[in-house]
Design a protein around this ligand. Structure first.
Ligand SMILES: [Cu+2]
Length: 155
């Protein structure tokens, strides 16, 4: 039997210290962790640095509506963590754009849309970080059409 008055006093201080500690923790979580986690989604390392990439060419003569092929390949199947970086290169002699049929945004990379035109010899690059299905075209040449299907890794 040893219930000295000092031990219950120490117990009270312990409780107060714990309450202070928890509220500092909650405050820290709300001030720093929460805004940061809301601003940018967590994206895995494999998706941020995929081992492979996909190249789409805007081939010569794409500016002609008579020509069947323009964005080559027309349909691309993108796998997150494998080849989710896509590069469009303009091999034609006319400026083109990569424009989604309807506004499309990736939560990490932002708006999918080439800023202005892609001049001959230049390219537009985009890192897809989430599943999506996007139909796109070239705005000065609406007969130029392509499709992107982004899926999760299949294993
Ligand atoms: Cu074009």
């Amino acid at each position: 039997m040893s219930s000295k008055p000092t031990s219950s006093h120490a117990y009270g201080i312990g409780i107060i210290a714990m309450i202070v500690g928890v509220s500092i923790g909650v405050g820290y979580y709300q001030m720093y962790y929460l805004p940061e986690s809301l601003a940018k989604p967590k994206v895995s390392e494999e998706i941020l640095n995929p081992p492979d990439k996909i190249e789409v060419k805007m081939i010569k003569g794409s500016d002609s509506p008579e020509q069947k092929d323009n964005f080559v390949p027309k349909l691309i199947n993108v796998q997150l963590g494998v080849d989710n970086r896509v590069i469009w290169t303009n091999d034609d002699g006319t400026p083109h754009t990569v424009t989604p049929d309807k506004p499309t945004e990736d939560s990490y990379s932002g708006e999918f849309d080439s800023p202005g035109v892609v001049k001959p010899g230049e390219h537009y690059e985009f890192l897809f970080t989430e599943a999506a299905e996007i139909d796109y075209h070239c705005s000065p040449h609406p007969w130029m059409k392509g499709k992107i299907v982004v899926t999760k890794q299949r294993f």
